[in-house]
Design a protein around this ligand. Structure first.
Ligand code: NAI
Length: 259
């Protein structure tokens, strides 16, 4: 396999589980050093902690940093940890939760604030600490923000999630304009339904009757895997995407753009 990311160091938030875990794994397989930043070390699904798994499998330089993305100091510590491996090149702001699923009248301020502080502010300050470090290093870089199909169109009963993911999309475009002159590319990924604990238990779609119906609306007739998203995140981090910035890549088996 060609190594698309040799000599790169990446920080991936929310990398203990699901999509972030597979991004960390794929980056390591492509030769990157990886800082796994998460509130918890153990994956939500079964398995050994991400940094142990990828070190065993790929021999990559990797470590875990306990990081709550709502805390800017934790984000800074995660980026500092990349210095052990030569310094930050790629920042993936992936950590996120589903948050409240209810009509807007039933969502209280506390639930709204919590969702926003993880899914939007966490990405915002992740971009801030990354920009600070990338500009200081002066070697360009790539920032990848995890949005959602819900950052492109509206869905009922997840208004805080819609707000955050839509915000991530426009934050991405604004920062691409701001950081492009410094050689830093900023892009967003918008997954559809991907099989993780999020869609198995927090917002159950995978394995449900509703999920079977949803699958009929997906041209490729399957839900996505973390690997499907990790491939796109690898492309965006690599030189293959050297002229790609301010872009939103939808990874949803064709659902959003088809009738
Ligand atoms: P997941 O629940 O499998 O993994 C999320 C990870 O983020 C967990 O390891 C969790 O500990 C971590 N996390 C949660 N709060 C955190 C915090 N405050 N600070 C640091 N880490 C924190 O979820 P999944 O599916 O892997 O989602 C990853 C991202 O992809 C999220 O931003 C999600 O909104 C987005 N996404 C997922 C889709 C799906 O169908 N699974 C669809 C569209 C977007």
């Amino acid at each position: 396999m060609p190594e698309l990311l040799s000599d790169r160091t990446a920080v991936v938030t929310g990398a203990a589980s699901g999509i972030g875990r597979e991004i960390a794994h794929t980056y390591a397989r492509h030769g990157a050093s990886v800082v796994v930043a998460d509130v918890q070390e153990a994956p939500r699904e079964e398995g050994t902690p991400t940094h142990e798994w990828i070190a065993d499998e790929t021999g990559a330089d990797t470590r875990f940093v306990e990081c709550d993305v709502t805390d800017r100091a934790d984000l800074e510590a995660s980026v500092d940890a990349a210095d052990e491996f030569g310094g930050l090149d790629v920042m993936v702001n992936n950590a996120g939760i589903v948050g409240p699923v209810a009509p807007i009248q039933e969502i209280d301020r506390e639930e709204y604030d919590r969702l926003r502080s993880i899914n939007l502010d966490g990405v915002y300050f992740g971009c801030q600490v990354a920009a600070d470090r990338l500009l200081e290093r002066g070697e360009g870089g790539s920032i990848i923000n995890m949005s959602s199909a819900a950052g492109m169109v509206g869905y009922p009963n997840i208004s805080p999630y819609n707000v955050a993911k839509g915000g991530v999309r426009l934050l991405t475009y604004g920062l691409a304009a701001e950081l492009g002159p410094h050689g830093v590319r900023v892009n967003a990924i918008h997954p559809g339904v991907i099989e993780t604990e999020m869609t198995r238990s927090d917002f159950p779609i995978v394995g449900t009757e509703e999920g079977e119906e949803t699958m009929e609306t997906i041209p490729l007739r399957r839900f996505g895997t973390p690997e499907d998203v990790a491939s796109v995140a690898t492309f965006l981090a690599s030189d293959l995407a050297s002229y790609v910035t301010a872009e939103s890549i939808v990874v949803d088996g064709g659902q959003l753009n088809t009738a």
